[in-house]
Design a protein around this ligand. Structure first.
Ligand code: NAP
Length: 248
């Protein structure tokens, strides 16, 4: 039985922490019903609790986005149950860094599966309800590594460059159905993912950032909120770099 929701529904992957959590909080503050997706159910519950405490609407959905069948079923389930799926944010991502000569096939394949293949599966599943509604906002989380490359990240940079090409292709395919597809490409943002980087590397990067600081997760959430909004209705196939000027 469908339990139709009267506000826009956003499906946000990697919402248990970091950038994805900030996106979930921001979209909820903007009045969306946010489906928060990641593997860690406890962390998702905490994020949903935070949103509810602030007066927003959200639900947790534990899912490994690397499992294509489970991800597609999760999206179909949300669209059926909510009667709509307006906004898709493919944000979940991993790194398995290593220099080319030492990178294993498994480390290459894992990163492509979680970062790129999952977004393909999710876009394909979400396109159906979006086309039916003749409205949709797809936002894929790349990285400036997908634009500039980065030593030790052949797998990660390939996944992020792949997201850019895929998103532009999708934008051309389904723009006529009222669906936009865009990319956000963050630079260095303070999260668990960058916390583990050696201080020497962070110190070396800083002089190349014209704004002289690392970004906050809320900076990325603001870009996503814009691309998800009615104000961005004439923006598609775009790569919005949010990087303090690092990749100019
Ligand atoms: P993070 O703190 O490591 O968080 C990653 C998120 O992805 C978590 O919520 C994690 O949740 C989820 N995730 C990972 N593997 C998953 C899987 N198989 N299935 C479902 N969820 C999964 O990373 P972040 O810094 O917030 O990065 C978010 C996105 O921004 C990523 O795509 C990343 O590549 C991109 N980005 C980050 C930076 C940066 O400087 N931080 C820069 C450029 C791009 P669970 O562990 O609970 O599953």
């Amino acid at each position: 039985m469908s339990n139709a929701i009267d506000r826009r529904v956003a499906f946000v992957t990697g919402a248990s922490r970091g950038i994805g959590k900030a996106i979930a909080l921001r979209l909820a503050a903007d009045g969306r019903h946010v489906v928060c997706v990641a593997r860690n159910a406890d962390q998702l519950q905490a994020v949903v609790g935070e949103i509810a405490a602030a007066g927003g609407a959200a639900e947790p959905l534990a899912c490994d986005v690397g499992d294509g069948e489970a991800l597609a079923a999760a999206i179909d389930g949300v669209a059926d149950r909510c009667g709509r799926l307006d906004i898709l944010v493919n944000n979940a991502g991993i790194t398995r860094d290593g220099l080319l000569m030492r990178m294993s096939d498994a480390d290459f394949d894992d990163v492509i599966r979680v970062n790129l293949r999952s977004a393909f599966v999710a876009c394909r599943a979400a396109a159906r309800p979006m086309m039916r509604a003749r409205f949709g906002r797809i936002i894929n989380m790349a990285s400036i590594a997908g634009i500039m490359g980065n030593p030790g990240q052949a797998n990660y940079a390939a996944s992020k460059a792949g997201l850019i090409g895929m998103t532009k292709s999708i934008a051309k395919e389904i723009g006529s159905k009222g669906i936009t597809a865009n990319v956000v490409a963050p630079g260095f943002i303070q999260t668990d993912m960058t916390e583990v980087l050696p201080q020497a590397l962070k110190d070396a990067v800083m002089p190349n950032i014209p704004l002289r600081s690392f970004g906050k997760a809320s900076d990325i959430a603001a870009a996503v909120a814009y691309l998800a909004s009615d104000d961005a209705g004439y923006v598609t196939g775009h790569v919005l770099q949010v990087d303090g000027g690092l990749a100019m």
